[in-house]
Design a protein around this ligand. Structure first.
Ligand SMILES: [Zn+2]
Length: 133
């Protein structure tokens, strides 16, 4: 029974990733995330940048600081979430969108979920990764 189920799952075609609707705020946020990625590279860190967008306002942003801070958890997304929480003086980022140059890893997805981030968008194509699990 289990093997039949697995077989059916493997035959199910994968859905193409959805693109987030292109809005000026989202496009600007991705532009800013790319700038954060450039900052990370310029400082000798890993090539990742992220931004937290609330409504039409960027409320958090960061480059990856894994190498420069010597902190394996200092991914750009984690740092952007920390920056947003600090600036807003709230750990509740309900309704905000996490915009990242790359697909967030499981740790960052979990952090986004704890912060109640509503949606994640990543990559140059603004791929919509939906709500964090
Ligand atoms: Zn991560």
């Amino acid at each position: 029974m289990i093997s039949r189920r697995l077989c059916l799952l493997t035959l199910t075609p994968l859905a193409a990733p959805a693109q987030a609707p292109q809005t000026p705020a989202l496009a600007l946020a991705m532009q800013r995330a790319r700038l954060m990625r450039e900052q990370a590279l310029a400082s000798g860190d890993q090539a990742f940048g992220a931004v937290v967008l609330c409504g039409e306002r960027i409320v958090g942003e960061a480059p990856s600081r894994v190498v420069t801070a010597g902190d394996p958890t200092a991914h750009a997304e984690m740092e952007a979430i920390r920056d947003a929480a600090r600036r807003l003086r709230s750990r509740d980022l309900s309704g905000c969108v996490l915009v990242s140059t790359s697909r967030p890893c499981r740790m960052c997805e979990a952090a986004a979920s704890w912060a109640r981030i509503a949606r994640m968008v990543h990559g140059d194509g603004l791929v919509d990764a939906g709500a964090p699990p």
